[in-house]
Write a protein that binds this ligand. Structure first.
Ligand code: FAD
Length: 355
């Protein structure tokens, strides 16, 4: 797996979307890596819908840095699909069902704005899929949205890592890490740097206790509808993401207490109530899952090199938007690690370091 004489470039801890994308970016740059992951079943990435939406619906503004993040993410996922010879990245329009007349008026105004019109369609659907959906006030259409089947991508990528013989399938034990200024060693594996991508479990990491995670639990259903339903993503209070064969993901809840990974009756009821305000046809629940998002107090990623241990680094805080954020910021961080770029001030962990 590694040579005794020369250290690897990186050990990566965690194979959620953050660790997976980071590994791929580094491998594309011909870096030598090993990834350690214990494949926590309900890790946020594995229950994620993988949706990316260029629009913040509350204010009808563009999502943070979407003009840079989105094209980068699309090219990255397509390239990875080609490499692995599998499909897990899909473009899908999002149909926003209106809740009140003013929302429609606001939409039409915003859709004319420079910068927004490439994402918001100007034409309004007067009713949308009336045979199955409650849409009496019509709907607006978001372009350039889509989703990544994250669970599938991670499983395929895991197989790829196994075949390359660069995956260690076990829990990383922090007390076994030997730290020097210019390298680290973990159970005989030496590397120039370690990149921690543990998702919400970073709260157990002894070197990053000062990072202000504000974790949020999310629950999500998979349902089978009994009747015709659209092939676009539907949004109103919850989203309905079509998976084919009448299957849809319905999500998600946001809760900041009871941070465990168990699906709850309360979460299920909340999702079903919101769903039934949209859906007119019967459905069955096929699956109910929960995960904990690595959300952060200021809602920006947590990326950087530990200020006291240059060999220890972190790539985390993808929050509610791992699918869209991870590719761009993994590429950016890889250049920072090579000294070719300066870390973006909005994402650097140093914004929280008080010495
Ligand atoms: C219900 C729900 C719906 C969501 N929907 C969306 C969505 O539609 N679009 C979107 O972009 N985002 C969505 N998200 C958020 C998204 O899932 C997160 O942004 C993303 O998953 C974070 O990925 P991560 O790799 O940082 O963490 P994780 O997915 O938690 O991965 C961390 C990995 O590290 C491993 N690990 C941790 N500690 C150790 C250790 N000590 N030793 C070994 N391995 C370790 C874990 O086993 C795991 O495999 C959703 C989240 C939830 C919960």
């Amino acid at each position: 797996m590694h040579s005794k004489s020369s250290p690897l470039d990186f050990i990566i801890v965690g194979q959620g979307i953050a660790g997976t994308v980071m590994s791929q970016i580094l491998l594309e740059q011909e870096k030598k890596i090993v990834l350690i992951d214990d494949w926590n079943y309900s890790a946020s990435s594995k229950v994620s819908a993988g949706l990316y939406n260029p629009i913040v619906f509350k204010r009808l503004t563009k999502s943070w840095r979407v003009d840079e993040l989105l094209p980068f993410a699309e090219i990255f996922y397509k390239r990875l699909e080609q490499q692995l010879n599998e499909r897990f990245f899909f473009r899908k329009e999002i149909i926003k069902l209106f809740s009140e007349e003013n929302e429609k008026i606001f939409w039409l105004k915003k859709a004319k704005e420079e910068g927004l019109k490439e994402y918001l369609a100007e034409a309004i659907e007067e009713v949308f899929f009336p045979e199955s959906l409650n849409s009496p006030l019509g709907a607006g259409n978001v372009r350039k949205a889509g989703y990544v089947d994250v669970k599938k991508m991670l499983s395929i990528y895991r197989e790829f890592l196994r075949k390359q013989n660069i995956l260690v399938e076990e829990k990383f034990n922090y007390s076994d890490l030997l730290i020097q200024p210019d390298q680290i060693e973990y159970k005989g594996i030496r590397a120039k740097k370690i990149i921690f991508c543990e998702g919400f479990r970073a709260t157990e990491n002894p070197w990053f206790q000062w990072l202000p995670f504000k974790l949020s639990k999310g629950e999500i259903l998979t349902i089978k509808v009994e009747g015709p339903c659209p092939d676009q993503v539907i949004n109103k209070g919850v989203f309905l993401l079509p998976l084919g064969n009448n299957l849809y993901k319905v999500g998600s809840t946001y809760h900041w207490e009871d941070l465990n990974e168990q699906p709850t009756e309360k979460g299920k009821i909340e999702l079903c109530e919101k769903l039934e305000r949209i859906l007119k046809i019967p459905y069955q629940i096929i699956a109910h899952e929960a995960g904990i998002r690595p959300t952060v107090s200021d809602r920006r990623p947590l990326i950087g090199i530990h200020p006291q241990h240059p060999a220890i680094t972190v790539f985390n805080g993808m929050g509610t938007k791992g699918a869209m954020l991870a590719p761009y910021f993994a590429a950016h961080f890889s250049l920072v690690l090579e000294g070719k770029e300066t870390l973006n001030k909005e994402v650097t962990i140093l914004r929280f370091w008080n010495g």
